[in-house]
Write a protein that binds this ligand. Sequence first.
Ligand code: SF4
Length: 252
Amino acid sequence: MTFGVNMLKPASNPATSPALTDVLKTSVTEKRAHILALLTSASAEFNAITFANSYGAEDMVLTDIIAKEKLDIEIFSLDTGRLPAETYSLMGEVEKTYNTKPVVFFPKHEAVETYVLTKGINAFYESIELRKTCCHMRKVEPLRRALSGKQAWITGMRAEQATTRASLPVREFDEGNQLEKFNPLSDWTEEEVWAYIRMFNVPYNQLHDQFYPSIGCAPCTRAVAIGEDIRSGRWWWEDPKNKECGLHVKAT
Ligand code: SF4
């Protein structure tokens, strides 16, 4: 299994520092206003509304809007126990920048201990089934607890991120978790996300500058080559059509 990308790359990642043209800045400003209106209306409609912050670039845009605008929306995250050190650094930076303490959900330790004892510490590389079992105990089950009692949740997903997200609506009913779901960044481009981060001085995961456009657990994420699909560094050994962790799948 190859764990890195060997192609030659420039010293800095151009994707994380787009040229801030007037057209781009105007687009981002308008889209920010739309999101603010959407989230203000959503928080008025639903008493128990929460935002799942994975600390990726997209989620930092939404964190910035929710925190700076003091919206009545809880922010939580999932700590799988296998996150990169850079993600924990960012969590600390977010605490300081926005003067908040994170609401974090962890996996149940009994499930992790049994998995490691019976399958192995890195068994997720061995089969899709073992990978999905790991994602379920470290992400899906904690997410269920995080969403328990909530009426609506918010994600930072974008339609262009993956083939599995191509027809992503801004608002939908999440059949799998049985609550309303908002995807305010659905129509944002990667360039707009980074323009927002630069325009508003938003803290972000330093791995993005090292060609990690999408960041999850450390052992299941790697850098990608320029021009490669944004999520190709996630579970890179699997078929792209099946590459979701179970957090955003539809009920069947
Ligand atoms: Fe486990 Fe990898 Fe899924 Fe993280 S991304 S929960 S380490 S299989």
